[in-house]
Design a protein around this ligand. Structure first.
Ligand code: PLP
Length: 409
């Protein structure tokens, strides 16, 4: 008898987008004339930057010719891309990261999901609430949590981000071994200061813990004082792994390219307390289970760092930030407390009612789709996330409809 991994039976959160789709489809069936505006799912809507497209085309041409054709590439990614990342994303900001510490992949989703398999089953994990659901779900699948009770998995330390702590979680009171952090945060859009991040690095150093730092939305940071990388904090190289993605930076959600930084100085321990290189572990894992990102995609990603690529990528994120500002200002004018939307493409809105009730209100009265906050963790109850990933026209129309609907509800 083929037996299943029963940890999958514990999973809850994956119903979120299915449930949204179900309610939207039911509403559309009853209102076939209504144009629904989707400010729910965090997918980009604008085309790839011209510099990326040109590089993509050139690389496809190389694949069409025996003399320049490429087969399997290095599992860790091509040197040309790893080098550009190390120089532009880290060394330029004073973070001492070298090309061989950068692992190219086809997504931060897979990397944040896969990374946990390097650790023991009985480690104590700390996960923000609310946050991107992949961190918790992959640990559930791996059997690192107990059962679901009262909206949470037992055996997990939840790092609560609420109005009371200005949406920046406090350090855990107890010992934890693996800490997930995500800034700018999905879904709150909140950013962290260097001082606040330093406290986490110090905690990890003191407890021989490891931080998994997801910076998928770093491109939206506009305040130069805010840290873009955890490696801007002294000592982080020994206790932190960083995930980045070209998805939101350069519109690569359908093209697929991301990377993970595992510094050579990062250590993990066996049961006897002996040190081992985390870099060597991830390298072993990737070369066994992953065969690299396609050559044309890596060339397209490399173009992000060219002078024209940098200008185009900035224009792209500026476009979405204009939407985010408008969403935040309009919702604040309507009397809602909001965070995010300044250095992030998401606005986190305190609704004053149940998340799903507000979702239904926006859908039925305005034909606008948002994401109920409770889908990101129990601290998200009473909130919704509005995403800036849409056209200016759609965002303006959605906000007009919301303003009108709320004035008449
Ligand atoms: N990390 C966070 C916080 C995200 O919100 C997302 C996507 O929404 C990802 C990672 C996934 O990125 P990728 O497209 O590189 O898999």
């Amino acid at each position: 008898m083929i037996r299943m991994n029963e940890n999958y039976l514990k999973l809850q959160a994956s119903y979120l987008f299915a449930q949204i789709a179900q309610r939207v489809n039911a509403y559309q069936a009853q209102n076939p004339q209504q144009k629904i505006i989707r400010l729910g799912i965090g997918d980009v809507t604008r085309a790839l930057p011209a510099a990326c497209i040109a590089a993509f085309h050139r690389a496809v041409e190389e694949m069409a010719n025996d003399a320049t054709f490429r087969g399997y590439g290095p599992e860790q990614g091509y040197e040309f891309l790893r080098e550009k990342i190390a120089v532009h994303d880290f060394q330029a900001r004073g973070a001492d990261i070298s090309a061989d510490e950068v692992f190219i992949s086809d997504g931060a989703k897979c990397d944040t999901g896969n990374f946990q398999e390097l650790f023991a089953q009985d480690i104590r994990i700390a996960i923000p609430d609310p946050v991107y659901p992949v961190y918790i779900d992959t640990n559930v699948m791996a059997g690192r949590t107990a059962t679901w009770r009262n909206g949470r998995y037992e055996g997990v330390v939840y790092l609560e981000s609420t109005e009371a702590n200005d949406y920046i979680p406090q350090l855990p009171q107890e010992n934890v071994d693996l800490i997930y952090l995500c800034f700018p945060n999905n879904p709150t859009g909140r950013t962290i200061t260097k001082e606040q991040l330093r406290a986490w690095v110090e905690y990890a150093r003191a407890h021989r813990a490891l931080i998994l730092y997801d910076a998928a939305y770093v491109e939206f940071i506009r305040d130069d004082e805010l840290p873009q990388s955890i490696y801007e904090i002294e000592g982080a190289q020994e206790v932190a792994v960083e995930f980045r993605s070209f998805s939101k930076t350069a519109g690569f959600t359908g093209t697929r390219c991301a990377y993970t930084v595992v510094p050579r100085r990062c250590q993990v321990y066996d049961a006897q307390g002996n040190r081992h290189s985390l870099h060597a572990l991830w390298d072993r894992r990737q070369s066994t289970k992953f065969n690299g990102v396609s050559y044309p995609v890596q060339r397209a990603a490399e173009a992000v760092f060219s002078p024209e690529g940098k200008v185009q990528v900035r224009a792209l994120s500026d476009y979405y930030l204009t939407n985010a500002r408008l969403i935040r200002e309009t919702m604040a004018k309507l009397g809602f407390a909001c965070v995010g939307g300044e250095h992030a493409p998401y606005v986190w809105i305190k609704t004053g009612m149940d998340s799903w009730a507000f979702f239904d209100l926006l859908l039925h009265k305005a034909g606008v789709v948002c994401t109920p906050g409770v889908g990101f963790g129990s601290c998200g109850e009473g909130y919704v996330r509005l995403s800036a990933f849409n056209s200016h026209e759609n965002v303006r129309e959605a906000l007009q409809r919301i303003s009108h609907a709320l004035a008449h509800s």
